[in-house]
Design a protein around this ligand. Structure first.
Ligand code: DAH
Length: 341
């Protein structure tokens, strides 16, 4: 009997020695010391012994159990300390290493100029409005007094949405004028920046997607003088007091009268240079008094109210402001370019 105990104990300790992970240690514990474990079972055979032999046998089994437990605990502790050691080695940090500098992003130049423009108009009491880029032709054309036969509706200029003959990618932010006037009665003073789309081939000055900023003011007694004053102020805020403006008669379907506004060339001060192509002036926006038919269609009485509107191209202004001669740079997002702003 005692011989068996010794054998089992030795076998258990040998297994513990050979164990190579914590799972094996657990398995060995169960195999020998668990409820049905070999050493636990030995204890149960004690009842078959004569009463006077039981205490001695019990002591032997208990000491075997203790020896196996000690071996298991020691092996487990050794394994855990090796694991911690390895973890510490693999996670070692050299605190003397120079830090990795995070790369700082920058605001996109178009966003930067747009923010400047928005700030100027908000300072004058305008609110920022928004409209959808996927638009119904009613808002992009009809309501702006652009009849179905007008060349701007030509498929060549406009992207229509497949499967619809009345849904398109807006070609101008002027559509937002209509959406605002439909829901808001005068006084209205809003600017609506956003993307517009035209089927143009890409080159240094054209892109099938670009940005416009629309402006609209409607109230009682608004005149062309308000238009001129507001837009001159805007230009002086953006480019400085030295810049002059001039208005040239023009035609837009949705304004009457209509005008284009030029600014004196910020590069040469009006003498003529390669930026203004020797003209001394640069065109920056279209504008005019909102056409009576447009007001009427939005339920605003043109006998009571009048208004002016304008639309400017963000890329053009940003190119002038930042001295950039190729529009494509704005969309390529080369960080060497973007980091300069
Ligand atoms: N929508 C015009 C364009 O894309 C620009 C424009 C001109 C907007 C005159 C206006 C305006 O609001 O009054 O060319």
């Amino acid at each position: 009997m005692n011989y068996d105990v010794e054998n089992i104990k030795n076998a258990a300790i040998a297994e513990v020695e050979g164990a190579s992970d914590l799972k094996q240690i657990d398995d060995i514990r169960i195999k020998y010391l668990g409820k049905k474990g070999e050493i636990t079972q030995l204890m149960k055979t004690m009842g078959a012994l004569p009463a006077d032999e039981r205490p001695a046998f019990g002591a032997i089994v208990n000491s075997a159990r203790g020896a196996v437990e000690d071996a298991l605990n020691a092996k487990k502790a050794a394994m855990e300390s090796v694991a911690i050691q390895n973890k510490m080695l693999s996670e070692k940090i050299d605190v003397t290493m120079p830090g990795v500098k995070p790369v700082l992003g920058s605001v996109h130049p178009l966003t930067k100029v747009l923010n400047q423009i928005k700030q100027i108009f908000v300072g004058m009491g305008f609110v920022i409005a928004e409209g959808p880029e996927v638009e119904k032709d009613y808002y992009n054309f009809d309501a702006l007094n652009i009849p179905p036969t007008h060349s701007a509706r030509d498929e060549d200029d406009t992207f229509y949405i497949d499967g619809f003959d009345d849904v398109l990618l807006r070609t101008q932010t002027s559509s937002v004028q209509i959406r605002v006037m439909e829901h808001q009665k005068p006084p209205i003073r809003m600017v609506a920046p956003g993307r517009v789309y035209r089927s143009d081939a890409v080159d240094a000055t054209h892109s099938p997607m670009f940005h416009q900023i629309e402006g609209l003011v409607v109230d009682k007694g608004v005149t062309m003088a308000d238009l001129k004053g507001t837009l001159s102020d805007f230009v002086n805020n953006l480019y400085g007091e030295k810049i002059d403006v001039r208005f040239r008669p023009h035609h837009f379907q949705f304004t009457e009268p209509s005008a284009e506004m030029d600014i004196s060339c910020p590069n040469c001060g009006g003498k003529g240079c390669n930026v203004c192509k020797g003209e001394g002036w640069i065109e920056i926006l279209g504008a005019g008094m909102v056409h009576a038919k447009v007001l009427e269609r939005c339920g605003i009485d043109p006998n009571v109210y009048s208004g002016f509107a304008f639309g400017l191209g963000l890329e053009r202004i940003a190119m002038r402001s930042l001295g950039i001669n190729d529009l494509r740079l704005f969309y390529e997002n080369d960080v060497r370019f973007l980091n300069q702003f």
